[in-house]
Ligand binder design. Structure first.
Ligand code: SF4
Ligand code: SF4
Length: 150
């Protein structure tokens, strides 16, 4: 897909993500910040863990990967993402928040718009009107989660 179409698709994705913000907070209650794994770079890890890197490593909820990044396990009920407070993200506006957090649940890759099947908004088809716009631009839609193999 050319750059122009990709930029248009990203703009649509931003609108789509914004459209569910109330739903995320009030109905889904930030499921994606309470379940799964999040890869963090060494520049993001302290910010996102709220300075609890060592503690989380001891609890084996944070693991250093071979490539130098970190994998944060958010799948334990009492240990969601440390930056989640009252179902809101404390680092929402920080440049040190992971790009995955900013993109989730919509990932634009090559000719595809990938929608995470883990997301409740995707499951409830809340992106229907945006899907029509991506299709009109020539993108293919896939229910796929780039994080599924991590
Ligand atoms: S799983 Fe989807 S609907 Fe739920 S908080 Fe995350 S992005 Fe929002
Ligand atoms: S950094 Fe924010 S958006 Fe990302 S998982 Fe943690 S609470 Fe959720």
């Amino acid at each position: 897909m050319d750059e122009k179409a990709t930029n248009k698709a990203e703009k649509i994705a931003n609108k789509a993500r914004k459209s569910i913000s109330k739903f995320c907070f009030e109905e889904c209650m930030a499921y994606c910040c309470r379940k799964g794994y999040l890869v963090l770079t060494k520049y993001e890890v302290n910010k996102v863990t709220q300075g609890r890197k060592k503690e989380l490593e001891k609890l084996e909820l944070l693991t250093k990967l071979k490539d130098g990044n970190y994998s944060l396990n958010m799948g334990t009920p009492n240990f969601p993402c440390p930056s989640l407070q009252g179902y809101k993200c404390l680092v929402h506006k920080s440049l040190k928040r992971s790009k995955t957090c900013g993109d989730f649940p919509i990932f634009i890759q090559d000719d595809y718009v990938k929608l995470s099947p883990r997301c409740l908004a995707v499951k409830q088809d809340l992106f229907y009107s945006y899907i029509k716009q991506w299709l009109a631009l020539g993108f293919k839609i896939k229910k796929d989660d780039p994080l599924a193999d991590i």
